[in-house]
Every structure is written in structure tokens, then in C-alpha cells.
Design a protein around this ligand. Structure first.
Ligand SMILES: [Fe+2]
Length: 235
């Protein structure tokens, strides 16, 4: 197991934007995702009871997610799709893995299925649907566990977009995912969502064992089409 400590200031990089390297396909894909909305349910609904049974065997394997020296944070991770040669307990966050590698990695480098991927058959419908996928991991937030306001991949072109599945203790009084400054997402437990994580968002848990899955889906025409094909509310 490697769980790299990231010094303060390393994880926040300046976003790069250069319109000259953006082609029309990228613009159309961005526009298509933008038109979906910020938080769109997909047809995938996970059997959360089955998932909780499957994940029990890894109870002692959760590792601190992006641990820092300058502040406490009650959150942990398990990796389902990691770098080749890595396991479910190795560096769940991109800054940790990049620091250990010595250079900035792409979300799409994390293509190798771990034991957690194999064991959680309750998730296979959605995991297999988007294959090949990028860095994919479970977050477990305990009381007070949080993500500060941030944006994921606010660049163009970007390497991936995000799909999340809320699996345990994510009810309205248990867990908050806020987007912009004031919009609390109406989460249905077990449901998969496309989330516009390019907008500023933050999360906090008011309970223990609040678990959700984050998938990085390679940003390309095929996967945008796949996402649209699985909208819970089509035309
Ligand atoms: Fe995020």
C-alpha cells in the first residue's frame, strides 16, 4: 500500500485554457454535456444492499483520501480502477499518485481493475458500460469529512468527465453535495448521475459511512453519446 502525503499547495494547479488547441468535436461534446444540466440522473440504479455486503470484506482496507499535514479530514478511499500494477489501497487521489510518479498523470492512465472492482458485482453494469474507464474510486466520508470548494478539470480540452453513484448514507440529512454557492443536490440513494464537476462544488458528511463512487469517464464523442443514451429522462 502506498498512501502519499501531499504537501499544502501541490494539489491546486492553475487551469490551462488555450482555444487554439480546441477542435470542433470537443466544443460539440462540451455543449452536449452542458445542455444535459449540472446533475442528471442516469438509468443505472445500484442494489445498495448487495453493494454493502460486497464491500464489507474490505472494511479494514480503506485508506486516507488525499491526507494533508495542515488540516484534519475524516474521509477515506478505495480504488476500483488504478494505475497498472497498483491495488485498491494505493494512492486513491490524482495528486497523490502524481507525486509518487514524479510527474502529472492523466485520469485516463488509471485503467487497471483492482480486487474491489472484481468483488463489487453490484457495480458492474455501470463500470463495464463505460469501459475503458479512468481513475475510479469509492469515497467514504465519516462525520465531518469534506471536500473544500473546488472544480474538477476546468480546462478545455479535458481528459475526463465525472459520473457519481451514491451508495450509502447519502440522504438529505446525512450528506450534502452543494454546487455553485447554494444548490444542494437532491440525491437518490443507489442512483448514478452525470455531474458537472467543472462548476464549483463542495461536500460534507453529517454521518459515518457515507459512501459514493466517482468515475472518471474519458472525454470523447463515444462516451458523451453513451452518457446521453442512458439519461433517466430522455426526450
Ligand atoms: Fe470534485
Amino acid at each position: 500500500m502506498s498512501n502519499t502525503i501531499v504537501p499544502p499547495g501541490v494539489s491546486g494547479r492553475e487551469p490551462k485554457f488555450d482555444a487554439r488547441v480546441v477542435n470542433l468535436e470537443t466544443v460539440v461534446n462540451e455543449l452536449a454535456l452542458l445542455n444535459l444540466g449540472d446533475f442528471e440522473p442516469l438509468k443505472f440504479k445500484i442494489n445498495t444492499r448487495k453493494f454493502m455486503d460486497e464491500i464489507k470484506q474490505f472494511d479494514n482496507d480503506w485508506v486516507e483520501y488525499l491526507p494533508r499535514t495542515d488540516r484534519p479530514n475524516n474521509r477515506q478511499g478505495l480504488v476500483l480502477s488504478n494505475l497498472p500494477g497498483k491495488t485498491h489501497t494505493d494512492n486513491p487521489s490524482l495528486p497523490q499518485a502524481s507525486l509518487e510518479a514524479g510527474h502529472r498523470l492523466s485520469e485516463n492512465d488509471f485503467t487497471s481493475r483492482t480486487a474491489v472492482y472484481d468483488a463489487c458485482t453490484s457495480l458492474h453494469d455501470i463500470l463495464d458500460y463505460f469501459q475503458p474507464i479512468g481513475r475510479t474510486f469509492l469515497i467514504k466520508s465519516n462525520v465531518g469529512g469534506y471536500f473544500v470548494p473546488h472544480r474538477d478539470h476546468p480546462v478545455m480540452p479535458r481528459e475526463s468527465f465525472r459520473v457519481a453513484v451514491f451508495l450509502n448514507n447519502c440522504a438529505p440529512l446525512q450528506y450534502d453535495w452543494l454546487i455553485d454557492t447554494d444548490r444542494k443536490l437532491p440525491i437518490e440513494e443507489g442512483r448514478a448521475y452525470y455531474i458537472n464537476t467543472r462548476k464549483t462544488h463542495r461536500t460534507i458528511s453529517w454521518t459515518n459511512d457515507s459512501i459514493h463512487l466517482i468515475m472518471n469517464i474519458p472525454f470523447n464523442n463515444i462516451n458523451v453519446a453513451k452518457c446521453i443514451a442512458k439519461l433517466q429522462h430522455p426526450h
